[in-house]
Design a protein around this ligand. Structure first.
Ligand code: PTJ
Length: 274
C-alpha cells in the first residue's frame, strides 16, 4: 500500500506498516501487533509527544545507566522492529551497555532474527541468543537469560516488558527501568523507574541525555527516583487531555472536500439536513 505523507495520520500509518512487514518476516509476533495497538491508544491520550514528566524520567534513566556497574537493555521483537537504530545509538552513548535478546514468544529462529536486525543497525556484542541462566519463579520464556547479561546486571532497561518479569528482576535485587506507554500497566507500576513514553522517542532521549551527562563534569549516581510522582504525572496529563477534548466542539467537515453526491430526485437542489 502506498502511504501519502499528506495523510493526517501518516506517522502512525508508517509505524503500522513497518510492524506489519516485520510480522510477515517473523520478527514480530501477532501479539506484538496487538501490543502496539494498546500502546498507540495511550500515546494518543498522552498527546503523541514526550511529556515533561517522561523527559525527567528519561534524564534519570540516563544517569542510572551511566552509574550502573553493569547496565543491560532487553530487546524483544517489537523493540527490534521499531527501534534497533535507537538501541545502537544508546549503546554508543552508554559505555558498557550490553544488549540482550529476550523474547516472550521464544524460538531459536526468532532470537536469531532479532539479533540480526540489531547487528545490521550497528549494535555490538549481542547476548541472549543462546540463554545460559534462568530467572527463578517465572513461568514464561522470558525467564531464559544470559549469565553474562541480564543475570549479572545491576540495572536493566526493559522496553515493552511484562509485569511478571519486572517483579522477578526486582526480587533479584536489580533496578528496573521500564519503557511503557501505559502508566497503568503492571510493568510501569512495578518498575523502579517507569518511563511513560513511546519506545523510539524514549530511547532517543535517554541516549541524548547520556551524551550530555558525559560531557558535564558531574559524576553519575543512582539518585532516588519518585516513581509514584512519574506515574501520577502521566495520568494527570491523560486526564487533562480528555477533559479538554470533551469540552471541544466536534470536528466540522473540511472546506474544499469533494461534496457528497446529491440524492437522486432533488433536481440539483440541496436538501437541508434536519
Ligand atoms: O517479541 P516477544 O515475543 O518478546 O513479544 C513482545 C510483546 C510486546 C508481544 C510482549 O512483550 C507482550 O505481550 O507485551 P504486553 O504484555 O502486551 O505489553 C506491552 C506493553 O508495551 C503494553 O503496556 C503497551 O502499552 C506498551 N507498548 C506497546 N507499544 C509501545 C509500548 N510502549 C512504548 N512504545 C511502544 N511503541
Amino acid at each position: 500500500m502506498r502511504l501519502s505523507p499528506r495523510h493526517p495520520r501518516f506517522a502512525s500509518l508508517k509505524v503500522r506498516s513497518l510492524l506489519a512487514e516485520a510480522h510477515r518476516r517473523g520478527l514480530v509476533v501477532s501479539e506484538g501487533l496487538i501490543a502496539q495497538g494498546r500502546g498507540e491508544a495511550f500515546d494518543y491520550f498522552l498527546g503523541e509527544r514526550t511529556t515533561p514528566g517522561a523527559r525527567r524520567a528519561e534524564r534519570a534513566a540516563a544517569e542510572w545507566l551511566l552509574a550502573a556497574r553493569h547496565p543491560v537493555v532487553s530487546v524483544n521483537g517489537n523493540v527490534a522492529a521499531l527501534a534497533a537504530k535507537e538501541v545502537a545509538r544508546l549503546q554508543r552513548a552508554v559505555p558498557g551497555l550490553d544488549v540482550e535478546v529476550n523474547l516472550f514468544h521464544r524460538t531459536g529462529s526468532r532470537s536469531r532474527l532479532v539479533a540480526q536486525s540489531l547487528r545490521v543497525a550497528g549494535v555490538r556484542r549481542i547476548l541472549g541468543v543462546r540463554p545460559t541462566a534462568t530467572i527463578p519463579g517465572l513461568p514464561s520464556d522470558r525467564a531464559m537469560v544470559d549469565r553474562r547479561g541480564i543475570f549479572d546486571a545491576d540495572v536493566c532497561l526493559v522496553p515493552l516488558e511484562d509485569g511478571d518479569r519486572t517483579e522477578a528482576l526486582r526480587v533479584l535485587g536489580k533496578r528496573v527501568i521500564s519503557v511503557d506507554l501505559n502508566p497503568l500497566s503492571r510493568t510501569s507500576r512495578a518498575a523502579d523507574l517507569p518511563v511513560v513514553d513511546e519506545v523510539v522517542r524514549a530511547l532517543t532521549e535517554i541516549a541524548r541525555q547520556a551524551s550530555l551527562f558525559r560531557k558535564s563534569s558531574r559524576r553519575a549516581r543512582l539518585t532516588p527516583f519518585d516513581r509514584r510522582a512519574a506515574l501520577s504525572s502521566a495520568l494527570a496529563t491523560i486526564a487533562r487531555g480528555l477533559t479538554r477534548t470533551a469540552a471541544r466542539r466536534p470536528i466540522a467537515p473540511r472546506r474544499g472536500r469533494a461534496s457528497p453526491r446529491r440524492p437522486r430526485g432533488t433536481g440539483g437542489r440541496r436538501r437541508r439536513m434536519p
